[in-house]
Design a protein around this ligand. Structure first.
Ligand code: MG
Length: 193
C-alpha cells in the first residue's frame, strides 16, 4: 500500500504561496521560483510571518479542483478505480475534513476509499508505520527521512525546492527514489501494483 502527502505532491501549493507572499506581505518570489523549503530565507520574512503566511495559504477557499498538480487526478483515480487500492493521505494540515472534501469533489472515486490523516512532517514515519504502508510519496526531505526510519520506502516527488540536495544532509537523502512527475508515478504504480 502507498500513501501520499498533500501540499506540493498532490495539491499545487506553490502558486498560492507566491500569491499570498505578494498580496499580504509585499514580497516577490525571486525569478518566480521557490528554491528551498526554508520560506523565511526565500522571502526574507520572520518565522512568525511565515507561520501567518502558511495559515493564509491553508485556508479552505484555495482548495479547488483546478489546483491539483497536473496528472495527479488521473493517476489517483487509476490507483483507486483500477488497482482497487485505498487513497491514503498523510498531511501536516490539521483540517483533515477540508482536505477530504477537496479530494471528494476533485476525484471521481468512491469517497469511502479516501482517508486523510494528520501528522507533523517530522513524525510522519510513525503514522505510516501504524497504517501499514509500504511506500510514501512526499516533496519534503525531512518528512521522508522519518518515513525511511520507520521502514517505509520514501519516494521523493521532485519540485523546484528539492532539486538541490541540502549539503549538510546529502548523505541521508541521495538514496531516495525520485518521482519526477505524475506520469512517472503511474509507471511506478504499474510496476509495483
Ligand atoms: Mg508537502
Amino acid at each position: 500500500m502507498i500513501g501520499f502527502d498533500l501540499d506540493g505532491t498532490i495539491y499545487h501549493m506553490s502558486p498560492v504561496i507566491k500569491y499570498v507572499a505578494k498580496v499580504y506581505f509585499g514580497k516577490d518570489t525571486p525569478n518566480g521560483i521557490i528554491p528551498g523549503y526554508n520560506l523565511s530565507e526565500v522571502y526574507g520574512l520572520t518565522e512568525a510571518q511565515i507561520r501567518e503566511l502558511i495559515i493564509k495559504c491553508q485556508e479552505e477557499k484555495w482548495l479547488t479542483p483546478d489546483r491539483l498538480i497536473p496528472g495527479a487526478k488521473e493517476v489517483l483515480e487509476y490507483l483507486v478505480n483500477h488497482q482497487g487500492e485505498p487513497l491514503i493521505i498523510v498531511t501536516a494540515r490539521t483540517q483533515t475534513d477540508w482536505v477530504k472534501n477537496f479530494l471528494e469533489v476533485s476525484l471521481d472515486v468512491d469517497p469511502r476509499k479516501i482517508s486523510v490523516f494528520h501528522s507533523r512532517s517530522i513524525n510522519k514515519g510513525e503514522c505510516l508505520y501504524k497504517l501499514g504502508l509500504e511506500y510514501f510519496l512526499d516533496d519534503y526531505w525531512e518528512a521522508l527521512l522519518s518515513v525511511q526510519q520507520h521502514g517505509v520506502q520514501p519516494l521523493l516527488f521532485e519540485q523546484e525546492w528539492n532539486l538541490k540536495l541540502p549539503s549538510d544532509r546529502s548523505h541521508a537523502f541521495q538514496m531516495f527514489e525520485r518521482i519526477k512527475d505524475w506520469d512517472h508515478m503511474k509507471d511506478f504504480l504499474v510496476k509495483v501494483g
